[in-house]
Design a protein around this ligand. Structure first.
Ligand code: GDP
Ligand code: GDP
Length: 456
């Protein structure tokens, strides 16, 4: 079951309006539990990925709005039992009334976490009511306007500490019992592509990988050199683990088809095809040629498409000034590819087989980072720290508010940051956040997408 959050408050503060706002167009369910004389409404709510059931208690109150009749208490008590948290709604325009205080006292005697909601807070008319509501003793109120939808997203920040952990556990348990979603797939064979300029050694590398000591498992086993996808099995010498890899062999295809296009153009076309197919793309460089503009162009394309990218320097057996070559390429990659830092860079020899196990091991690790999901709680812990260490600027004296972050997807990892005045957020601050996600949350070499969103 999803966590339940019950809406409580005196008549006319906007409970039903808030309920409808949270539930949206989705139909509210009616629960006619025995013992409850009037129906209570249940609805499915979602705030930035946090799912819960919201319970509306409006319509339970006595017709006389100045009393808190025993009947209301009784019925509210019944539904409090099933609830994980309560939203105590007051009317910020009307200020705190004796009835609010009475409900507040009663709520404090119940064992339920409470979020204080100061509704009707749009414009200036609600300011003093918001301030007054501190006196109810539930800490900082969440000012919002249920009618206009303003500030509703802030409820996430208030509710998350109360029900977030439970909800994340529930969602994880649900996922465990269901056929896995794409995100959580036990990752299948690693889909790997090798791209690079002509003569970098792609064919030689593929031949070396698929050599006689490798076990081919694909149906195309006999004709692998010409087929587009080759399934094979690799034993990781470090762990002894046997792992499945599906390799796209574009170079083989090209040679078979005997095309006459210009080779330069062709390597880009190969890369494009490989990108469509692959999870991890290895850009193969030629140690005797170094890194050239064309390589960066291919690398950039791979990252634009959100694929995991790594770089292998081939022909290491004939490389000169090996260490300065390696460091030079490392620096040129970091300079030339702003989207990622610290791409896996590995020296290999397709001819001798040197470095190939290391390359494959790194490819599996990279795929894992590319596929991983950070729990919302951990993500927001990092986010709060990042904002505290370096608060967003206030251009022309206007505060930009960044409220929270969720991971919207994986492969590649995608994040959504919610806040206000986001159009004023400088690109440099966005980069600060992206760099933080990479460095602190383990996405270093992975292309990361961040979208900014203002709650409506
Ligand atoms: P309930 O009795 O607590 O369920 O309150 P309702 O949701 O029926 O709302 C009572 C009245 O307050 C209605 O006229 C709403 O239109 C109005 N109302 C609700 N939310 C807001 C708000 O955010 N701002 C303003 N100005 N009015 C609101
Ligand atoms: P492709 O166009 O990227 O498929 O490149 P090929 O696999 O056809 O290789 C181009 C040339 O580089 C061939 O002459 C290979 O023998 C040579 N070559 C490939 N890998 C290596 C290597 O690791 N070391 C050396 N010394 N030569 C290599």
């Amino acid at each position: 079951m999803k966590p339940q959050v019950i809406i409580i408050g005196r008549p006319n503060v906007g409970k039903s309006t808030l309920f409808n706002r949270l539930v949206g167009k989705k139909l509210a369910l009616v629960d006619d539990q025995p013992g409850v004389t009037r129906d209570r409404r249940l609805g499915d709510a979602e705030l930035a990925g946090l799912e819960f059931t919201v319970v509306d208690t409006a319509g339970w109150e006595d017709e006389d709005p100045d009393t808190l009749p025993g009947r209301m208490r009784k019925q509210t008590e019944v539904s409090l039992e099933g609830a994980d948290a309560a939203m105590f709604v007051i009317d910020a325009r009307a200020g705190i009334t004796p009835l609010d205080e009475e409900i507040g006292r009663w709520l404090r005697s119940q064992e339920i976490p409470v979020v204080l909601v100061a509704n009707k807070a749009e414009g200036k008319a609600g300011e003093s009511g918001v301030f007054e509501s501190y006196s109810l003793g539930f800490g900082e109120p969440v000012p919002l306007s249920a009618e206009h939808g303003e500030g509703v997203a802030d409820l996430f920040g208030a509710l998350w500490p109360l029900i977030g952990a439970a909800e994340e556990e529930r969602a994880a348990a649900e996922r465990a019992g269901e056929p896995a979603e794409p995100d959580d797939l036990v990752l299948g064979p690693l889909k790997l592509a090798i791209v690079g300029r002509p003569n970098a050694g792609k064919s030689t590398l593929i031949n070396q990988l698929l050599g006689e000591d490798r076990l081919l498992t694909g149906p195309e086993a006999g004709i692998t050199r010409d087929s587009i996808a080759v399934d094979w099995r690799w034993t990781d010498p470090k762990s002894g683990e046997v792992r499945d890899i599906r390799l796209i062999d574009t170079a083989g295809m090209r040679k078979k088809r005997n095309v006459v296009e210009k080779l330069e153009k062709l390597s880009v076309a190969d890369a494009r095809r490989a990108i469509d197919f692959a999870e991890v793309v290895v850009l193969l460089l030629d140690a005797t040629q170094g890194l050239e503009h064309q390589d960066l162009k291919i690398a950039d394309m791979v990252l634009q498409e959100g694929r995991a990218l790594m770089v292998a320097i081939n022909k290491w057996d004939v490389a000169e000034n090996a260490s300065s070559l390696f460091n030079g390429i490392r620096a040129a990659l970091d300079d030339g590819l702003a989207q990622v830092r610290g791409l896996p860079l590995i020296a290999v020899s397709a001819k001798t087989g040197k470095g190939l196990d290391q390359m494959l091991g790194a490819a599996f690790e990279l795929r894992e980072a590319w596929s991983k999901r950070v729990p919302t709680a951990a993500l927001n812990r990092w986010f709060d720290d990042a904002l505290e260490a370096n608060p967003p600027p206030a251009p022309k004296g206007k505060r930009i508010k960044l409220r929270y972050i969720t991971q919207a997807g994986t492969r590649p990892p995608r994040f959504v940051v919610f806040g206000t005045r986001l159009d004023m957020l400088p690109k440099s601050y966005e980069r600060y956040l992206v760099n933080g996600i990479r460095a602190k949350l383990g996405f270093d070499a992975v292309p990361v997408r961040v979208v900014l969103k203002s709650p409506k």
